[in-house]
Design a protein. Structure first.
Length: 218
């Protein structure tokens, strides 16, 4: 069995949420808020919401879409906002631009919706990640699979979802290590294609193990 050039160290990640003081009670105010809020706020309401609502097959996957549906009764807008695949954006500014574009397009088509008051406000919050090493590390694929089966879903989120904002951009930590340290590009590519929207985080863990199992004898 191949031994990695460098071990994979699993990290435990805690998320601190801070209320910013920004809020929106109309879609027009939501649009202005998205334009002006911090990157940490964009991260919290998109990438981080995948962990907070980790049963991903229920409802929409980002907070903006959830609010558009539940508080504004705008299902078409909610579907539009939720259709943005966060894996495709190499930087939060790119994702912000697409959120703004989606809202601007919708409000041009439905101008009466812009100033209609929501049932409840949207509060902009920031996500601050604090990561520390766990006791788990791996130098072989077998050790990786064993550790992966034991770590928390928060660790799975940190390495598989949030990692796409770290260098190298848009790549999850697992795929990067498997390709760079084990030389298993085909496995790395198949893992990177696991859908974070149609799977829960537990489902992602299961899919990771299923993809890796045939390679344990490689």
């Amino acid at each position: 069995m191949k031994v990695a050039k460098a071990p994979f160290r699993f990290m435990a990640a805690a998320i601190l949420t801070r209320v910013t003081g920004q809020r929106a009670v109309t879609l027009a105010e939501l649009l202005d808020g998205i334009r002006l809020c911090s990157d940490d706020s964009i991260f919290n309401h998109t990438f981080q919401s995948l962990q907070q609502h980790h049963f991903l097959t229920e409802g929409f996957s980002n907070d903006f879409a959830q609010w558009a549906l539940a508080a504004c009764n705008e299902p078409r807008l909610a579907e539009c906002l939720s259709s943005l695949d966060i894996r495709q954006y190499p930087a939060l500014d790119d994702l912000r631009t697409e959120l703004v574009r989606a809202l601007e397009t919708y409000l041009r088509e439905a101008p009466d919706s812009a100033q209609r008051r929501a049932f409840e406000p949207f509060y902009f919050c920031e996500a601050i990640t604090v990561a520390v090493p766990t006791r788990w590390q791996a130098q072989t694929l077998a050790e990786f699979c064993e550790a992966l089966s034991l770590v928390s879903i928060h660790t799975v989120h940190f390495h598989f979802v949030a990692a796409r904002l770290r260098e190298p951009l848009t790549v999850n930590d697992f795929s990067f290590w498997i390709e760079e340290s084990l030389g298993l590009k085909e496995l790395a590519d198949s893992i990177d294609q696991i859908d974070i929207y149609t799977n829960t985080l537990e489902g992602v863990r299961t899919r990771l193990l299923v993809e890796a199992t045939p390679w344990l004898t490689a």
